[in-house]
Design a protein around this ligand. Sequence first.
Ligand code: DC
Length: 235
Amino acid sequence: MNNFFHIAIDGPVAAGKGTVSRIIAERLNFLYIDTGAMYRVAALLTIKNNLKFDNEDALVALLEKSEIKMNNPVGLEKDGRLTTVIVNDKDVSWKIRTEEVGRGASIVGQISEVRKILVKKQQEIAQSKNVVMEGRDITYKVLPDANLKIYLTGKDFVRANRRHMQLQSRGVDISFNQVYVDLVSRDKIDMERTTDPLKIVDDAWVIDTSDLSIEQVVNLIVFKVNVMQEALSAN
Ligand code: DC
């Protein structure tokens, strides 16, 4: 293990991983890395280039020559986004947030060559920094030595309701039923795929956010990290 503090968070769709991770990162002055955004970029590239989702070779080639940059929103970028995502010099931060791209991300996430490329990028980013990284395989694949591993979850109905409200506040016209069906089907793909599926590792701290506010979840985690950091510095 290196000297940097790594927080790894996994969990299903709309468990609150993004919002919680962003606030924790700000409070602790860590870098926030949204790995789902990278799979969403892979899906967006597929759609924009009119590729079929099973055309693995073309997607891998495209991904390898694409430059993906992710950073904290600054200035005018602070428009409610959690992270700024630039692909080949184009800001795609909002384009990757549609339900269509989310579904596509889950599909391209099944391709092991795509995962290999993205996992390598994620590990490189975390190498020399304190990070909060969230996704589906962070606790055991991307950062297996993370200081703190968390599995953030919540009841299907509560998560679907949160996602529905989020989409509505952005002016997206979609029924609750559609959001619920999409969420359940995406979780199923993510948990059942052969390469690096979403799962709960033995040493993960499982937090069910169904009855907790964002603030409560953040406070729980920040408190734990402070205690762990004090113990580390006393050694
Ligand atoms: O976290 P999100 O909903 O933005 O992620 C979109 C999809 O990307 C998710 O359904 C599965 C895939 N994904 C993945 O396979 N591995 C990750 N580490 C992160 C996301």
